[in-house]
Structure formats: structure tokens, C-alpha cells
Design a protein around this ligand. Structure first.
Ligand SMILES: Cc1cc2nc3c(=O)[nH]c(=O)nc-3n(C[C@H](O)[C@H](O)[C@H](O)COP(=O)(O)OP(=O)(O)OC[C@H]3O[C@@H](n4cnc5c(N)ncnc54)[C@H](O)[C@@H]3O)c2cc1C
Length: 468
């Protein structure tokens, strides 16, 4: 049993910023009343310790990332209120961007935010794959000329294609994570987002079916339905018996280059393959370009928090690579650079627990963390949100079938989608991270240019998203 709460707080929501931009409300049960203003994300928070009751909620979502916010918006559009608990003091403001394919965009349309986001991010027309070239091709003074020759040099341009040629309905854009989260949060009533609310304990009452949640600040909540959107280290997944995510054997540096006077890249993704190291450049907006470097490492290595060290390491890793990659990294503000070990969890049938336990359910990375090799983790979190909200909406509104049945049905519908995709993403990563020179040469000369069929490679972006 969780100990009885000695105090909790009531949010005073009387002072909100005038524009529909992000309004951030902090929840600080054990602190004195206070006001905080942060100009960057334009928020004001005001909270006050007032009462001693356990907060009763119908639906609580733990985690204010892509899965949590999109699920809250989907429920909201169906007329169902939820409370999102986020451990941080604000929405994730740092970080880089993520590439969303047409499945992600169809969900964002259903959530009513697709067009607002489209106006801010470039549509990516196609993809160029190159391999790292010998020094003589890239260390010439005339970078521009030789950058062109990298793409056209015989045997060096591995594959290029336009997304619309492969699939006219395809839509690919990289969105800044910060803006995606803010846009979703703007759809919600401000008091449905509670910051500084880190889940510490979860417990189910078998008699009532309710779930009790205790936060690290001592606040207690009781909820009819709990949706765990608390990411790859999800405490809720752990409580449900899921194993830890597994390290896939490679790490990724990521950064978001900023060009105040406009970025020089055409709207195409460029992948550059080396041996055990590969990099990518993805234009995001007229001023920003996302880049990543994925490299093999037997272990994730020590956590480095100083981004200038990460930048130096990233530059060292690709110092003899095409100059447009190196200059893009150099053009990157330190605070957008991060390094992440890539991990996933395979949802083996009959071995891994089901997605729900009573009226507690998982979505997004909390359930199916996958490596980013197909750019589908965030897209699938969005898909989860729509399917879960619909199932819950039907059960809660029409009272047809139990909530537990609805959650099970969500799991049955989503498992055949996310399990194979997790495996596929892992295998694609293993193929692209090959180190052996002979195998790499085979990959570069035969597999990628001649054997790989592009259309089947993008088939996983098909997702029938019905309007909410
Ligand atoms: C290198 C890399 C590149 C990627 N590129 C792409 C891409 O191009 N396209 C794509 O679709 N996907 C991509 N992904 C995957 C994508 O980032 C994730 O799938 C997505 O962020 C999952 O969203 P989520 O909301 O489930 O989890 P998260 O984004 O991790 O959000 C979880 C939230 O829960 C909160 N939380 C955690 N614990 C608690 C707690 N105890 N109490 C309260 N709150 C808590 C966290 O603070 C966080 O806000 C990439 C991933 C990586 C690592």
C-alpha cells in the first residue's frame, strides 16, 4: 500500500500568457507558492500548496513526450479529458529533430496540427546515399565543385531517388521535436499538463480496479485509467514486468545546425556510409539542418554532458568525410548536440508481458522502443495514440465492452505492427553498420545500388489513419 498523502496541492491557473503558444504550468506540491517566467518558451507558472486530498482523476497519462501529448490530444478531440504528468519542469526544449513519414503526418492531420507544422518544415524530396570517398575527392579547395562530383562520381553515388517517384502519397519532413511538442501541448487545456510530476510508485487496487500513483514530491493520485507514455526507461513498463531495453551495439551523435542567413542544402536527405560509421544530413527548415553520426561501439561508453566535448568527438569521427557534413557539424550550436546509445526491446509473444495490466496500458517507447534506423519510433508513438484513443473512446462513451477489453484490443491491433518493425529497424541497422571491408564493399557495390528495392523499404509507412 502507498502511504497516505500528508499534503498535495491545487494548481492556481489564473495567469496565462496571451498567445496560444505553449502555456506551461508547474506543479510543486511541497514548495511555497511561487511564480516563474521563462522567456524562451514563454510560460508562466504559479502553484500553491492548498489541500491534503488524493487527487482523483479519470485518465492519467504519465509522460509528456510525443506519445503522451498525442494521446492526450486524441482523447481531447474525442471529448475525453486526461491529465498528463511530466517529470521535467517544461516540455523538452532541447534536442534536435525527428523525421516523420506519411504515417506520422496522417496522425498529425487527425490531431488537427498537420498543417500548422507543415508550414514550418521543409518537405524532403528525395534521398542520396553516398559512401565516404578517398581523401583526394574531398580535400580539395573547391568544395562546391567536388561536392557535386561526390554525388556523380562513378561508383560513389550509391543510390538516389525521389520519394514521390516511389510513392506519390509519401510525405517526409523533419520536425524540430521542441516545436512538435509545443504544438501538441497548445491543443490541450493548460491544466491538463502537470510538470515537475515524476512518477515514483504505482499500485493497483484489485478491489476497485483503480490505480494509485505516487509522485516523487509526495503527491498522490488515484486514476481509473493510466497510460504509460514514460519513454524507454518507463517505470510503468518495469512495474508491468517488461525487461529493460537492450543496447543494439551502436550509438548516435545528433545535432541541429543553425544558419542565420539560410542553409545551403537542397531538400534531400543525404546518407554517407563508411565502415562501422555512417552519417546523415536532413534539411529541416530554411535555417536548420539536422545531422547524425551512427557508430559501432561495444558499449554505450560514459555519459558525457559537455556538448562541446561531444562536438569535438563527432568532428574527429568524420574529419576526412565530405566537407558539407563537416561544415554542417561546425555550424551547430553546442547545446543541440547529444549522444545516445541505441536500444530496443523485442516484444516476443508469450514471453513479453501484454501491453496492458488491468486498466494500465503502455504507448510509444515505453512499450516498443526501437532503433531509429527506419525513423519510425516517433511515427509509431503517434499511431499508438490514435488507435488507443479510439478504442478507449468507444469503450468509455458507448459503455460497450469494458475498458480492459478496449486496452487488450489496442494491444492486439498494434502488436503485429510494432514488433516486426522493431526487428526490421534493428536488422537494417546491423546491415548499415557493417565494418568488414569486404562486406562493406559488397554492400556499397551490390546490395544498396542493385539489390535493395526502395518501394518495399518504405511500405511500413503505410498506415490507415481514420479521422477521429
Ligand atoms: C537517435 C535517435 C533518432 C531518432 N529519430 C527518429 C526519427 O527520425 N523519426 C521517428 O519517428 N523517431 C525517431 N526516434 C525515436 C523517437 O525519438 C521516439 O520513438 C519517441 O521520442 C518516443 O516518444 P515517447 O513519447 O514514447 O517517449 P519520450 O520521447 O522518451 O517521452 C517520454 C516522456 O516521459 C517522461 N517521463 C519519463 N519518466 C517519467 C516519470 N517517472 N514520471 C513522469 N514523466 C516521465 C520523460 O521526461 C519524457 O518527456 C529517434 C530516436 C533516437 C534515439
Amino acid at each position: 500500500m502507498l502511504p497516505k498523502a500528508s499534503s498535495s496541492n491545487l494548481l492556481i491557473n489564473s495567469f496565462l500568457p496571451p498567445s496560444p503558444t505553449l502555456r506551461k504550468i508547474a506543479h510543486l506540491p511541497n514548495k511555497l507558492p511561487h511564480t516563474t517566467t521563462q522567456h524562451g518558451s514563454r510560460f508562466i507558472c504559479l502553484s500553491k500548496k492548498l489541500s491534503i486530498d488524493t487527487q482523483k482523476e479519470e485518465t492519467v497519462i504519465v509522460g509528456g513526450g510525443i506519445a503522451g501529448l498525442s494521446t492526450a490530444v486524441a482523447l481531447h478531440r474525442l471529448g475525453i479529458r486526461s491529465l498528463v504528468l511530466e517529470q521535467s519542469e517544461s516540455l523538452r526544449t532541447g534536442g534536435t529533430s525527428l523525421t516523420l513519414f506519411k504515417n506520422g503526418w496522417s496522425v498529425l492531420d487527425a490531431l488537427g496540427v498537420g498543417n500548422e507544422l507543415r508550414t514550418q518544415f521543409l518537405e524532403i524530396q528525395g534521398l542520396n546515399r553516398t559512401q565516404t570517398l578517398p581523401q583526394r575527392f574531398i580535400q580539395d579547395d573547391n568544395h562546391q565543385q567536388h561536392r557535386l562530383s561526390i554525388k556523380t562520381h562513378e561508383g560513389k553515388d550509391l543510390r538516389s531517388f525521389d520519394f514521390k517517384d516511389v510513392d506519390p502519397s509519401q510525405e517526409v519532413r523533419a520536425v524540430e521535436r521542441r516545436i512538435l511538442l509545443q504544438t501538441l501541448a497548445n491543443q490541450l487545456h493548460p491544466d491538463s499538463l502537470q510538470f515537475l510530476s515524476k512518477l515514483a510508485k504505482i499500485e493497483q487496487d484489485d478491489a476497485t480496479g483503480e490505480t494509485r500513483l505516487e509522485l516523487t514530491n509526495g503527491a498522490q493520485l488515484s486514476a481509473q485509467i493510466v497510460i504509460g507514455c514514460d519513454g524507454i526507461r518507463s517505470p510503468i513498463a518495469k512495474w508491468m514486468g517488461f525487461p529493460e531495453a537492450k543496447y543494439a551495439g551502436h550509438c548516435a551523435f545528433r545535432g541541429l545546425a543553425y544558419y542565420p542567413n539560410g542553409q545551403p542544402h537542397e531538400p534531400r536527405v543525404s546518407y554517407i556510409y563508411g565502415r562501422g560509421v555512417r552519417a546523415g544530413l536532413v534539411p529541416v527548415s530554411p535555417n536548420k539542418v539536422y545531422w547524425f553520426i551512427c557508430y559501432n561501439s561495444s558499449n554505450p561508453g560514459p555519459k558525457i554532458t559537455d556538448p562541446s566535448v561531444l562536438k569535438r568527438q563527432a568532428l574527429d569521427m568524420v574529419k576526412n568525410w565530405p566537407s558539407n557534413l563537416v561544415s554542417t557539424i561546425e555550424q551547430t550550436p553546442d547545446d543541440t548536440i547529444s549522444r545516445t546509445p541505441l536500444e530496443d526491446r523485442w516484444l516476443w509473444p508469450a514471453v513479453t508481458p501484454p501491453v496492458s495490466k488491468g486498466r494500465v496500458v503502455l504507448a510509444g517507447d515505453a512499450w516498443h522502443p526501437m532503433t531509429p534506423n527506419l525513423g519510425q519510433g516517433g511515427c509509431c508513438a503517434l499511431e499508438d495514440a490514435i488507435v488507443l484513443a479510439k478504442k478507449l473512446g468507444q469503450a468509455m462513451k458507448s459503455r460497450q465492452g469494458s475498458t480492459e477489453d478496449a486496452l487488450r484490443s489496442y494491444g492486439q491491433e498494434r502488436w503485429p505492427r510494432v514488433f516486426p518493425l522493431t526487428i526490421r529497424a534493428n536488422l537494417v541497422g546491423a546491415l548499415l553498420q557493417w565494418e568488414n571491408p569486404v562486406v562493406c564493399s559488397l554492400r556499397n557495390e551490390l546490395v544498396i545500388p542493385k539489390l535493395v528495392q526502395i518501394r518495399p523499404l518504405l511500405e511500413h509507412t503505410n498506415f490507415a489513419c481514420e479521422p477521429l
